[in-house]
Design a protein around this ligand. Sequence first.
Ligand code: NAD
Length: 315
Amino acid sequence: MERILITGAGGQLGSELTSALADKYGAEAIVATDINENVSDKFRYCTFEVLDVLDASRMESLIERYKITQVYHLAAILSAVGEKNPLFTWKLNMDSLLNVLELGKAGKINTIYWPSSIAVFGKNTPADNTPQDCVMDPATVYGISKLAGERWCSYYFEKYGVDVRSLRYPGLIGYKSAAGGGTTDYAVDIFRAAIEGEEFECFLDKDMYLPMMYMSDAIKATLDLMEAPKEDISIRSSYNVAAISFSPKDIYQELLKYYPDFKISYNPDFRQEIAASWPDSIDDTRARLDWDWQHEYDLAKMAKDILSHLKPKNK
Ligand code: NAD
């Protein structure tokens, strides 16, 4: 029987992935962890433990205590926040991954999931239909840490047989949790502004295309990858995965269909430069061939679903 520990479970992805894992494996199989004990309220349905992922010995003792077989290592500092403290971002993102990979090497856990990001790409990367293998040259400390992490994952698989699996997520869009300080956060925040009847100030240019994915597709991709037979996984660094590409103008036009009076202004900040170094769209053929990846949500379907769930705060 699988027993699963999730790090950074209280974040945008972890909040939803943890509940999907509980649905799949049973809540008794799940140990949600986060450095922030205030998120424990989200995890009344399963075990919650405070864990700083830099504390390797506590991580190991939790893994032993709960007889954990799989770790989903989500805790990280994201692209925009990372630029404010590059050295600590490098330390947190790298040291924590190595802590988890070492537990895999020591045979304490069987399988590891670790997310990478489209931030591994840079301005010399082909921007349209970005291939799996190409020039990378990430420009942020976050992207540098994800690219180095991918190489470590591949290294631990090749040298020590550690079954570590990874996806290069595009910008993730959900409505259940706030976004965690990335460059694609505008596409989460814009929904809240639209339903509250507030003007939205966008920190990217109106024509800034970026690859994006609805959270339920991100969860599906993650579970599909983790379920795939070991021999079908041909990429041990991290798979390109794609769903939608759109610009702030496109999502604004979509929201106008529901809220004709919705207003937007554009005031690009430092995140525009980061976004401009990332791809417009991603070629994910390898994921589609190796483990039958298919996304379900385009922009219109995603907007409809989000708006059917979000309610204004005071209603
Ligand atoms: P988030 O910022 O919303 O959540 C991160 C969580 O990690 C938070 O709950 C935070 O309290 C926790 N955390 C921070 N430092 C910690 C520490 N030292 N020990 C333990 N926990 C700590 O991030 P997210 O959007 O949920 O991202 C999760 C993962 O997915 C990250 O690895 C991120 O790089 C990756 N990813 C996210 C996106 C996206 O659009 N959200 C895109 C690509 C990749």
